[in-house]
Design a protein around this ligand. Structure first.
Ligand SMILES: Cc1cc2nc3c(=O)[nH]c(=O)nc-3n(C[C@H](O)[C@H](O)[C@H](O)COP(=O)(O)OP(=O)(O)OC[C@H]3O[C@@H](n4cnc5c(N)ncnc54)[C@H](O)[C@@H]3O)c2cc1C
Length: 473
């Protein structure tokens, strides 16, 4: 009888893509003393998150809030600004600085953990062999790995019949290359990215129109919080065109204004705007992977199906991050990367997806964790709500945010905290207090019986808890 030797591979774990999902998978495996590599086709690490998505958009938002003086307007009036005539250069100065820093920190982290970073485009030769197409012209090389993690993310969908030109008809990546701040912009698609950019431009005084086929904005967010955001959008002079379908987008020459974008709606309306930001859908970046060679197929949007352990149809090949679809956040992508690496390497890892928070960086920002009123009503769970307005809290007055709202939802009988929903300054930080209490199975009474620093926005938790308990009678 002959005993077959176990196959030997160059790497224990090979990761395709250096965005947040790929980074975390690689670092987790490296911490377990495994041989790990990341294949990245861009010259820089960090994926959409650092280079074109999360980090640039959040930094642009911060620059816009600072230079426009938006945060102070509650105190000093609507005409208050820090800088007159804000330019794209003003905004991008800060963005470039942060991107460079984040790339450097990430590279250093990978180096410190002895992860081989290979700049090449990856494609499958078979289920354990990956072909590297070096981008510097060094040709091809094949590498083998016991486990593969696909973390290739997404690319913005560019419909063929739209004449994207990078200055008037844009996808979100193009915003980082705009040579001037437009006077008007129409955002097509009111998903998270579309609404966030609509808010940034509105804060800068740009005339914004937001179009979406759906009648309700971000249906996964608590309705009361979205009503509050809708109020803010309208008071920032954003024109909402909901329940409207875009039929045509064309660049036209206007005698008095130069180049304009003309948008035709199915309802017959026409919108003339300086720029149109097309923010509908992103497709999984799987087209170059030669998935068939590994025994895999993607869906019509380039996405991969996985099980609860993030395994694809081929068990030693995992897929994590945006390439598997919702929720498509940097935060959840990182966690999926960690969990996939642990599963691949036989290490137990605990995670509580029901407690993943959502941070939506509109102006004002929104953050939620747990269930909302609509979900609890549908599930027949008896709940009560406690609310605190920022204006009731000293810190709210000090920072000039009088419209923020923190809402707690708890079980009517057990008082268990079931959800927290916040709109207002600092929402994405404040949410983690509620998240921690929920993770430990805490009740709303915790907030009643605890002492918060004074004056802080965190005090909203106490005020909301009292409000909720009082409603119980
Ligand atoms: C405008 C915008 C704003 C956002 N804001 C937020 C936010 O505020 N908070 C948040 O949590 N999330 C936000 N997101 C989402 C977040 O950026 C993504 O969820 C996150 O980047 C996904 O990480 P990933 O690792 O799956 O993929 P990516 O970050 O997309 O990285 C994938 C990497 O794979 C590489 N790659 C692809 N194919 C190959 C191949 N064949 N070979 C080698 N390399 C390959 C790509 O070059 C890329 O570097 C935002 C996204 C956008 C677009």
């Amino acid at each position: 009888m002959t005993i077959e030797a176990a196959p030997t591979y160059e790497y224990d774990l090979l990761v395709i893509g250096s965005g947040p999902a790929g980074q975390r998978a690689a670092i987790q495996a490296a911490k377990l003393n495994k041989r790990v590599c990341i294949i990245e086709r861009r010259a820089v690490v960090g994926g959409v998150c650092i280079n074109t998505g999360t980090i640039p958009s959040k930094t642009l938002r911060e620059a816009a809030l600072h230079l426009s003086g938006y945060r102070e307007r509650g105190l000093y009036g609507a005409s208050y600004t820090v800088k007159q005539n804000i330019t794209m250069d003003d905004l991008l100065f800060r963005t470039d600085h942060v991107i460079r820093h984040e790339i450097d920190v990430t590279r250093h982290q990978l180096m410190r953990n002895h992860i081989d970073l290979i700049v090449a485009e990856a494609s499958f030769v078979d289920a354990h062999t990956i072909r590297l197409h070096y981008l510097d012209g060094r040709g091809l090389r094949d590498v083998t790995a016991a486990h593969v993690v696909i973390a290739t993310g997404t690319t913005a969908t560019k419909e063929r019949n739209i004449a994207f030109d990078g200055q008037h008809i844009l996808i979100s990546d193009d915003l980082l290359k705009l040579n001037h701040l437009p006077r008007s912009i129409t955002v097509i698609g009111a998903g998270v990215i579309g609404i966030e950019y609509a808010c940034i431009f509105a804060a800068l005084g740009v005339r914004v129109t937001l179009i979406d086929k759906r009648n309700r904005l971000l249906s996964f967010v608590d309705a009361e919080i979205m009503d509050a955001l809708t109020y803010h959008l309208r008071s920032s002079r954003v024109t909402l065109r909901l329940g409207e379908e875009v039929k045509t987008i064309e660049l036209v020459e206007d005698n008095s204004h130069g180049k304009r974008v003309r948008i035709g709606l199915a309802s017959g309306k026409q919108i003339s705007t300086e720029c149109a930001l097309h923010s509908i859908g992103r497709s999984g970046a799987t087209d170059k992977l030669n998935l068939e060679a590994a025994g895999l197929t993607a869906d019509e949007r380039g996405r991969l199906k996985v099980n609860a352990a993030y395994q694809t149809a081929v068990p030693h090949i995992y897929a994590v991050g945006d390439v598997i679809g919702f929720p498509s956040l940097a935060s959840t992508s990182m966690e999926q990367g960690r969990l996939a690496a642990c599963h691949a390497l036989g290490v137990e890892a605990k995670s509580v997806p029901e407690l993943f928070p959502y941070g939506i960086y509109t102006i004002p920002e929104i953050s939620t964790v747990g269930r909302n009123e609509e979900e609890l009503t549908a599930q027949g769970i008896p709940y009560e709500v406690g609310k605190a307005q920022y204006r009731e809290i000293a810190r709210g007055q000090i920072i000039g945010d009088s419209t923020g709202l923190l809402k707690l939802i708890f079980h009517m009988e057990t008082h268990e905290l079931l959800g927290v929903h916040i709109i207002g300054e600092g929402a994405s930080e404040l949410i983690h207090i509620g998240q921690a209490v929920m993770a430990f199975g805490g009740t709303v009474d915790y907030f009643v019986n605890t002492v918060f620093n004074y004056p802080t926005l965190a005090e909203c938790y106490k005020t909301a808890a009292f409000d909720g308990i009082n409603r119980l009678g």
